[in-house]
Design a protein around this ligand. Structure first.
Ligand code: NAD
Length: 474
């Protein structure tokens, strides 16, 4: 396939003077090239965003809102083309690719309904005191490879609504769909308001340390998040960091095993387990451990793993070679330590980055697969017998992104949920997010919020104006 996509800089196409190869993870073979943005091209993108910033900032919010609606429309109208491209570079099944893109459209349309509040702290004969939320300026938006379109729109929608301009950078292994989205958005937005650049590993650090960038909105691993924070320090850039997770699911003895098994399976394995808020550790009460274990294994055996472009595929490959090797390393570690595999654990023996669905039977709490974020289709299933014990095990991690509690008693589940150190807790469901609700990590899962009013305000800077009503000399 001959895919030639361009960066969007200052409202126009940029082929880039250098290129890098993009692989299809279902084959492990390169199928396209993307521009490898040079420093000079990055400077052009940042300069274009800076030039566009003043006019965009003063544009009435209802006009920015309308444009977000038009961007949502552009994604929805082109969903088939974008879906095919996304599956090819990301690996996810077509249905999931479609959900990624339409999820992005939904995020744009719903974020457009938010408003920027004004707070009047004094309204007297003497003085009016009002705090407004102004745009910050140029935002660098950096996105990982698991949900390239949706996670980009988590940033694009509120940043634009708040009146900022952007330089958006997808991950090096999934640049294509985002480049195409940039092309489609050109006809909606004024030049320079949204610049889309792609590049190899060198580009992220250049962008986060660029003097022309006022804020970095970053989604990715905790390890990289620390580097981003350090590189933003010299110019004190504003930061939002959405980082890794090691979410626990806690399954209480009063669940209906038949009903929850399938949902619990997908909580862990959707998108091949490559979701920041996937269930990465499953704690099951000893009274239901055996039946739930059997139900999960039986369901796992019924799921079709394969090329996301093939009809009927439910789980695709891992997205890239580095992630594939990391997941295989965790499986090897489990095997070397003698942990029991209920299903999986062997090599897929096919081209591409496929790892069979793998479930481990009660590995110890200090196992790497329990302590580390696997970000792949490998789930440790563990037993507990007291609520106090499971809460302390669930909280014994540097991460604090999400958690879920599964129970017939919703009140008890909420009581447990309030004791979990996580930015989002789900009761009897998982992974649901809303453009109108706050989403963010506790502990080392992040700093700041995406979504809702709080997420919008992260793209603003407050300004308080005191207006004296009686002239000073009178
Ligand atoms: P990553 O940290 O390797 O890369 C993320 C992005 O950062 C990519 O665009 C990459 O090119 C860029 N990058 C890499 N090094 C950089 C540097 N030094 N400076 C600036 N940018 C740099 O993460 P990944 O492997 O692509 O994604 C998986 C991770 O993302 C997992 O840990 C997952 O939990 C996390 N994640 C978090 C959320 C969330 O909302 N909290 C959502 C999705 C994924």
């Amino acid at each position: 396939m001959n895919v030639e996509l361009t960066m969007t800089i200052d409202g126009g196409p940029s082929r880039g003077s250098e290129q890098f190869a993009v692989e299809n993870p279902a084959t492990g073979k390169a199928f396209a090239k993307a521009p490898d943005c040079t420093r000079e091209e990055l400077d052009q993108a940042v300069a274009a965003a800076r030039r566009a910033a003043p006019a965009w900032a003063v544009r009435p919010i209802h006009e920015r809102r309308q444009m977000l609606g038009a961007l949502a429309g552009a994604l929805a109208e082109n969903v088939d083309e974008l879906m095919r491209l996304l599956t090819m570079e990301q690996g996810k099944p077509h249905g999931d690719a479609q959900a990624d893109i339409l999820g992005g459209a939904h995020w744009l349309a719903e974020t457009a309904k938010l408003d920027l509040p004004e707070h009047v702290s004094e309204d007297s004969d003497e003085r009016l005191a009002v705090t407004r939320h102004l745009p910050i300026g140029v935002v660098a938006a950096i996105v990982p490879w698991n949900f390239p379109v949706l996670l980009a729109m988590f940033k694009v929608a509120p940043a634009l609504l708040a009146g900022n301009t952007l330089v958006l950078k997808p991950a090096p292994t999934t640049p294509l769909t985002t480049l195409r989205v940039g092309e489609l958005f050109r006809s909606v937005l004024p030049a320079g308001v949204l610049n889309v650049i792609s590049g190899s590993d060198r580009l992220g650090p250049w962008l986060t340390s660029h003097e022309g960038v006022d804020k970095v909105s970053f989604t990715g691993s905790t390890e990289t998040g620390r580097k981003v924070m350090a590189s933003a320090a010299p110019t004190l850039k504003r930061l939002t960091l959405e980082l890794g997770g090691n979410d626990a699911a806690i399954v209480l003895p009063d669940v209906n095993v038949e009903e929850v098994a399938e949902q619990l399976f997908w909580a862990a394995f959707r998108n091949t387990g490559q979701i920041c808020i996937a269930t990465k550790r499953m704690y099951v009460h000893k009274d239901v451990y055996e039946p739930l274990k059997e139900a999960l294994v039986a369901y796992a055996k019924s799921v079709k793993v394969g090329d996301g472009a093939e009809q009927g595929t439910q789980i695709g490959p891992l997205q890239n070679r580095a992630q594939y090797q990391r997941v295989l390393e965790l499986i090897d570690d489990a095997r070397e330590n003698g942990y029991q595999f209920l299903v999986g654990g062997e090599s897929a023996k096919v081209p591409g980055y496929f790892v069979p669905i793998t479930i481990l039977d009660n590995p110890p709490e200090d196992a790497r697969i329990v302590r580390e974020e696997q970000f792949g289709p490998v789930l440790p299933l563990m037993q507990f017998d007291s609520v106090e014990d499971v809460i302390s095990r669930a909280n014994a991690t540097e991460y604090g992104l999400g958690a879920s509690v599964w129970s017939g008693d919703v009140d008890q589940a909420q009581t447990i949920g309030r004791m979990l150190q996580a930015g989002t807790v789900w009761i009897n469901e998982s992974q649901h997010l809303s453009p109108l609700a706050s989403f963010g990590g506790h502990k080392q899962s992040g700093i700041g919020i995406e979504g809702g009013q709080e997420g919008l305000l992260e793209f603003t800077i407050p300004q308080t104006m005191f207006v004296r009503r009686r002239a000073a000399q009178s």
